[in-house]
Design a binder for this molecule. Structure first.
Ligand code: ATP
Length: 264
């Protein structure tokens, strides 16, 4: 835990995560910290354990041992809903139910469905005026977010009809509807064309500049090295080191870890 003038700036603290699947050790003591207000990269060769780490942090998977602190609170073993309510959200693939809804409907339902509460449940007869006002706010916010990601022209399309790249943008836009303090992004640019990718990373950087924190798994090294201020390197279920892009690139152990492996 780092200390800056008495103020702890670490938002996420992952300590000694272990996870095995049958006889396979996926994680053998993953430990790292993510500083508040940063865009931090999580890299490592295929099978290093990045997705497993994300699933455990997001509450979708239980670790065999280890601890996770978010904003100073122990969130180890909590449900994805609980963790999302605390402000830590992982983008996830849309279920079939959402694919049959339009893009704008997907956006409007996000603030309630992911937080595990229903807008309908919160309506009491005396509060109907407030609710329509609330819905209007949600609509406006949803529309702004679609514009931000350049998918507003798809608002009335069925989400299931979107291309892979467009779906990635919608998943990210949906997650941002929750105004999370921190977002876990698992290869958000996969299938997104280069022009849109540039826009997307600029938007993420703008949100970061406003104080949001991002942890990004990405195989594109140029993307990581050009845009992240911190990089965490994983290898064979372990954390190898954390450093700036410059530090990581010049580190012999990182070069070695990647050399023998098939990096995408
Ligand atoms: N559900 C599972 N059952 C069995 N083994 C698993 C399971 N999930 C992950 N693993 C194994 O755990 C290890 C870490 O996998 P993980 O998917 O977390 O790595 P990764 O770094 O995300 O890889 P990639 O970059 O290829 O997505 C691998 O050896 C993988 O085969």
């Amino acid at each position: 835990m780092s200390d800056l003038g008495g103020v702890d700036t670490q938002l996420l603290e992952v300590e000694s995560l272990h996870k095995s699947f049958g006889g396979i050790t996926a994680l053998g003591g993953v430990t790292f910290e993510v500083e508040s207000g940063t865009l931090t990269g999580l890299i490592g060769p295929n099978g290093a354990g990045k997705s497993t780490t994300f699933s455990i942090i997001g509450g979708m998977l239980q670790a065999d041992s280890g601890a996770i602190q978010f904003g100073g609170e122990d969130i180890t073993g909590e449900s994805p809903d609980y963790i999302a309510r605390k402000g830590l959200v992982r983008t996830f693939q849309m279920s079939r139910e959402f694919q049959n809804m339009t893009v704008i409907e997907n956006m409007m339902i996000a603030p309630t469905s992911q937080r595990g509460e229903s807008a309908i449940q919160s309506i009491t007869p005396g509060l109907r005026e407030d609710v329509s006002e609330q819905e209007e706010d949600i609509f406006e916010k949803a529309w702004e977010m679609l514009e931000l990601f350049d998918i507003d022209h798809l608002a009335l399309e069925n989400a299931g009809a979107l291309s892979g790249g467009q779906r990635k943008l919608l998943e990210l836009a949906r997650a941002l509807m929750l105004e999370p303090e921190m977002l876990l992004l698992d290869e958000p640019f996969a299938g997104v064309n280069p022009t849109l990718e540039k826009k997307l990373i600029n938007r993420i950087e703008r949100l970061r500049d406003k104080g949001q924190t991002f942890l990004l798994v990405e195989h594109d090294m140029d993307m990581i090295m050009d845009h992240c201020e911190q990089v965490i390197v994983m290898h064979q279920g372990d954390t190898l080191l954390t450093g700036t892009p410059e530090e990581v690139q010049s580190e012999e152990r990182v070069i070695e870890a990647y050399l023998g492996e098939n990096v995408e």
